[in-house]
Design a protein around this ligand. Structure first.
Ligand SMILES: NC(=O)c1ccc[n+]([C@@H]2O[C@H](COP(=O)([O-])OP(=O)(O)OC[C@H]3O[C@@H](n4cnc5c(N)ncnc54)[C@H](OP(=O)(O)O)[C@@H]3O)[C@@H](O)[C@H]2O)c1
Length: 248
């Protein structure tokens, strides 16, 4: 298979790339700074292509994906993303704009470019890494929650629209995964799992063509309860000291 993974130099994207390369697939990855990609992996796999591209820039992404697989692209992960960094009780609008550019527009650009290649063949699979944060407005992380909510809804809609064109769409909603992104967190991260374990679970869900995959299971239960409860109760819980955060 030809598989492209945005944000493939670290964390979940890197772990996914390694899994597919080990199975003998052709893998393309991109990120803004390729020097973060482990050189031993770059040297080890002949079927790996790396591109220094910002997913927020559609034309650059178009060139990279079309160089990697101009005619046959089987699977693409719109995985590149960023968090809001340190949580703040005052909205940080410049950070919020960057988060939306990468986490939402980056996914749109990735799907847009991939579909140009997939639709003529009536075959392909679009996957986006959303987050459990997309199910509720988390304190201190409004832009991140909003960006991942947008990704969840985009994927739900596209899965309905594109199935008749032979295209599958999956949204992946991880809980806490141990990556450079979560290393910045100074709060508790229940059910934290390694990027390698997360990648195995994601790959399995994608093979099953799941439209939505929330994991780990214990986080799925917590998130489902928080999502379905009356919003006044949710706000009451989030205002409890143990769930809220303090600014540094
Ligand atoms: N870790 C978690 O607990 C968790 C939970 C839920 C969802 N997620 C989501 O999972 C995805 C992967 O996150 P991760 O935890 O693996 O984080 P990570 O280790 O920080 O990886 C992020 C990757 O995205 C790349 N990236 C960031 N901005 C980019 C841009 N504008 N253009 C191209 N590449 C870009 C980064 O490389 P450069 O910085 O060099 O560009 C890096 O390769 C993200 O969408 C994140 O929101 C993570």
């Amino acid at each position: 298979m030809n598989i492209f993974i945005t944000g493939g130099t670290t964390g979940i994207g890197l772990a996914l790339a390694k899994l597919y390369l080990e199975e003998g697939h052709r893998v393309g990855i991109c990120a803004r700074n390729l020097s973060r990609f482990p050189s031993e992996i770059r040297n080890k796999y002949k079927l790996l292509e790396c591109y220094e591209v910002d997913v927020a820039k559609r034309e650059d992404l178009f060139r990279a994906i079309n160089e990697f697989a101009p005619k046959e692209l089987d699977l693409i992960y719109a995985n590149a993303g960023r968090s809001v960094g340190a949580k703040s009780k005052t909205p940080q609008f410049s950070v919020a704009n960057e988060v939306i550019d990468i986490n939402v527009k980056g996914v749109l650009n990735t799907f847009d470019v991939a579909l140009e290649i997939m639709l003529p063949r009536k075959k392909g699979h679009l996957v986006a890494t959303a987050s459990v944060a997309g199910f509720m407005g988390l304190p201190g992380a409004g832009a991140y929650s909003a960006s991942k909510a947008a990704v969840l809804k985009l994927c739900e809609s596209y899965s309905l629209d594109l199935r008749r064109h032979g295209i599958y769409v999956s949204a992946i909603a991880p809980g806490f995964v141990d990556t450079p992104l979560t290393k910045q967190n100074n709060h508790k991260m229940p059910f934290l799992m390694s990027a390698e374990k997360a990648a195995v679970l994601i790959k399995r869900a994608v093979e099953k063509k799941k439209v939505l995959y929330i994991f780990p299971f214990r986080m799925k239960i917590v998130v489902t309860l928080l999502d379905k409860m009356p919003r006044s109760l949710y706000r009451m819980i989030m205002n409890l000291k143990m769930f809220n955060y303090s600014e540094e």
